[in-house]
Design a protein around this ligand. Structure first.
Ligand code: KG4
Ligand code: ZN
Length: 334
């Protein structure tokens, strides 16, 4: 079989990223320009600023990628692109670039769901063994997904309110940590103790999650302490929050793995970079004899390599789009 090279583009939020992936699992090269420092000053991603920066960055990223990978656009077999979910204006920049390249070089255009991308980041680490369960934990998602074969996704449950990354970022903000707060809470948590008593997030029989209660409890606690002139112990609060949310995520994940008789668990999304979650899942999977795949930290947050891996499997299923492909800011995974 001839090698298949996919040029992948990701621009759904604040990273302009392009990658060339061989056969759905080998990274030839990736170039990512992050806008994090620009958005940090606003405490979160400003959509209009993100779109403008994608426009400025995207041709620079493409040139650098081809240069670094020592490849020409003629060598590429197909173009994969994130078309949703994400920020509309940001998605459109990547899409327009993908459609233009697809038209000029006459290559198939593959529409990729951003979360499918996060899941397929794990193909850079190892083979998928079906049926498997994917735990998706990111800034916009907290979901348990059952996969019986490649590029097939069955939703088992997910958050009813805030996504886990969103809860992390909001908790960080209330204790004056800069955006994005998730990694900072993670770092502080390691140095603290579980001393604050926080409400347990929804702990029912379903595979749904709810983090708005614990998020509000932390916000109220921080405000009350401030009003009383008391100092918050940030390390202890970070540790208490992290242990509480990691516990419930792990509990529901292992329950799903057992119910569906799963031998392989894969973890995806920005919060998969969380040390507390990685350690707990590692331990639980060892105890229960389950194989665990988690991407290296740099492939947990947004990048185009994951989109290239997903695109390869989407193409194998015959999923392609024509030039009318549009950005879909809110998009289910199915
Ligand atoms: O997957 P991602 O890059 O963007 C989305 O698709 O949403 O995830 C970004 C989210 C942010 O909320 C960020 O705070 C969180 O992932 N995050 C973390 C860690 N690293 C990134 N949350 C907790 N611990 C971390 N180490
Ligand atoms: Zn993402």
């Amino acid at each position: 079989m001839n090698d298949k090279f996919i040029l992948a583009i990701e621009s759904s939020c604040d990273e302009t990223s392009m990658s060339i992936i061989k056969n759905g699992n080998t990274e030839i090269g990736t170039v990512t320009l992050s806008q994090m420092d620009i958005h940090k000053q606003y405490g979160g991603v400003v959509p209009e600023i993100a779109s403008r920066n994608h426009i400025e960055n995207i041709t620079i990223v493409l040139e650098e990628l081809l240069d670094k990978s020592n490849m020409k656009l003629e060598d590429i077999d197909a173009i994969g692109v994130t078309y949703g979910p994400g920020l509309s204006g940001a998605l459109l920049v990547g899409l327009q670039c993908a459609k233009t390249l697809s038209f000029i070089y006459n290559k198939p255009l593959i529409p990729v769901h951003h979360i499918a991308g996060h899941i397929y980041a794990n193909r850079l680490v190892g083979k998928f063994k079906f049926p498997l369960i994917a735990l998706v934990v990111s800034g916009g998602h907290t979901e348990l997904v059952l996969m019986k074969e490649d590029y097939s996704f069955e939703y088992l449950g997910g958050t009813l309110d805030d996504a886990i990354g969103e809860a992390y970022d909001k908790v960080a903000r209330v204790i004056d940590l800069p955006y994005p707060g998730g990694p900072r809470i993670d770092k502080l948590a390691k140095m603290g103790n579980h001393t604050y008593k926080l409400p347990t997030p929804m702990d029912d029989d379903s595979y749904n999650f709810s983090f708005s209660g614990i998020k509000s409890a932390v916000i109220n606690l921080a405000h009350n302490e401030k009003q009383r002139g008391n100092e918050i112990n940030k390390k202890d609060l970070a540790c208490s929050f992290q242990e509480t949310v990691v516990n419930i995520i792990c509990k529901k994940t292992i329950k799903a793995v057992k119910e569906y008789n799963i031998k392989q668990l894969i973890v995806a999304g920005g919060v998969a970079a969380n040390k507390g979650l990685r350690d707990s899942l590692n331990k639980l999977c060892k105890e229960n004899n389950i194989e665990l795949l988690i991407p290296p930290i740099e492939y947990c947050t947004d990048n185009a390599a994951m989109i290239g891996c997903a695109a390869y499997y989407a193409l194998k299923k015959g999923i392609t789009a024509d030039l009318t492909l549009n950005a879909v800011p809110v998009l289910e995974l199915n």
